[in-house]
Write a protein that binds this ligand. Structure first.
Ligand SMILES: [Zn+2]
Length: 385
């Protein structure tokens, strides 16, 4: 990082805001805004704007590295926290590739970098969040949601349905725990019924059940079509083979909620294990802190992310998300070249081109690649005069 590099990035940010259309969120005058600089991620808070042109004038004038706005609407957004008078908050979800466990590429490239695989994994989690939870379990329609690329290695989902606005912190905590899938209550999933003095029958969830019960039953039947998947859920090999061979009969039983299809040694232990693993596999790795806090500040859609130089691009629909490539679609600094010295062991794929790795090399790169590497701390921007 250098004065010259910072100034260059700032001038690109200024140009970006000069050329962008409207950037104001809904109900702009009731939101709190915060801004970050090179020195400080959140340097300014409690700022207000009456309309889009006021906000844009500020962005062009100050070229902030980060722009955040509140999930909350306030009567006095400019006041200190205890004087703001809360009117309601959107429900927000933050999915970051850094929180997704078991991403093999992260072991290769470490925490500081993100690759196409990280971005695809984050996208998959967002689709899962919407399709497996927000729509079926909470009854939100995709029209009541906004999907935004975070500008770095994840996505944000905002729900602005009227009925969520008044939810307090405990209600938001309940929602995030449900989606995260913490500590399932065994008795809410499995129970036994006595059929005669010597036998009891194992009952459990049906795929047609709502919420987590249906998800667990579905996932079990999906796993049952492969022996390897069943053993990875903790079922012994012999039982797994039997289930695999008799899948149609097993499916029929489970459709009725009958989990007594075959004698399983240590049944309860196996079922507890299966339940925990299913819930870990299917729970969504949202950042609970973001969802739980009604006054959280989050990056403004379509603003520049100061850690990458990419735009936190709004994605218009779930269908658009399926084909969205952030390393193309979120490129903001499209024109110009910059002279840089780069030392990076990573290959950067951006705007349909590949750059690097570079071993302490001096060269000219397109502005989007140069600023990305500079903001990741892997390059210096050099004065070419
Ligand atoms: Zn990766």
């Amino acid at each position: 990082m250098s004065d010259f590099g910072n100034k260059t990035v700032s001038s690109y940010i200024k140009d970006y805001y000069k050329n962008i259309g409207s950037i104001a969120p809904e109900r702009i005058a009731e939101r709190e805004f915060g801004f970050g600089s090179f020195a400080n991620r959140i340097a300014v808070r409690h700022t207000v704007f009456r309309n889009d042109s006021e906000l844009r004038a500020y962005l062009i004038d100050t070229a902030p590295l980060h722009v955040d706005y509140s999930a909350a609407y306030y009567k006095h957004p400019e006041a200190p926290m205890d004087k703001k008078e809360w009117l309601g908050s959107e429900l927000r979800f933050d999915i970051d590739a850094g929180d997704i466990v078991k991403l093999p590429c992260r072991i290769e490239h470490g925490k500081e970098w993100s690759c196409d695989k990280c971005l695809d994994a984050a996208k998959e989690e967002v689709i899962k969040l919407i399709e497996n939870f927000l729509v079926p379990d909470f009854g939100f329609s995709t029209k009541e949601m906004e999907i935004n690329f975070s500008g770095n290695r994840g996505y944000h989902v905002h729900v602005h349905k009227e009925s969520v606005l008044s939810l307090d912190k405990p209600a938001r905590e309940e929602i995030s725990s449900y989606i995260f899938g913490n500590e399932p209550d065994y008795d809410a999933f499995f129970y036994t019924v006595r059929i005669d003095p010597r036998h009891e029958k194992q009952m459990g969830p049906r795929p047609s059940d709502g919420g987590w019960r249906g998800k667990v039953a579905h996932a079990f039947l999906n796993a049952a079509s492969s022996k390897g998947d069943l053993t990875s859920l903790g079922i012994d090999k012999t039982t797994a083979s039997w289930i695999f061979r008799n899948i149609e009969a097993v499916r029929k039983d489970i459709n009725q909620g009958n989990w007594d299809f075959h004698p399983i040694p240590n049944r309860k232990e196996v079922l507890v294990n299966l339940l925990n693993r299913q819930i870990i596999n299917q729970g969504n790795r949202i950042d609970k802190g973001v969802t739980n806090d009604p006054s959280h500040l989050m990056r403004l859609p379509n603003s520049i992310h100061g850690g990458t130089g990419l735009a936190a691009k709004k994605v218009p629909s779930l269908a658009a998300l399926e084909i969205f490539d952030p390393m193309k679609g979120a490129v903001a600094f499209k024109t110009g070249e910059l002279k840089v010295r780069v030392d990076s062991r990573y290959k950067l794929s951006i705007n349909g081109r590949e750059f690097g790795p570079y071993k302490n090399e001096t060269l000219e790169l397109p502005a989007y690649a140069a600023t990305y590497l500079y903001l990741k701390g892997l390059a210096d921007i050099l004065n070419s005069n």
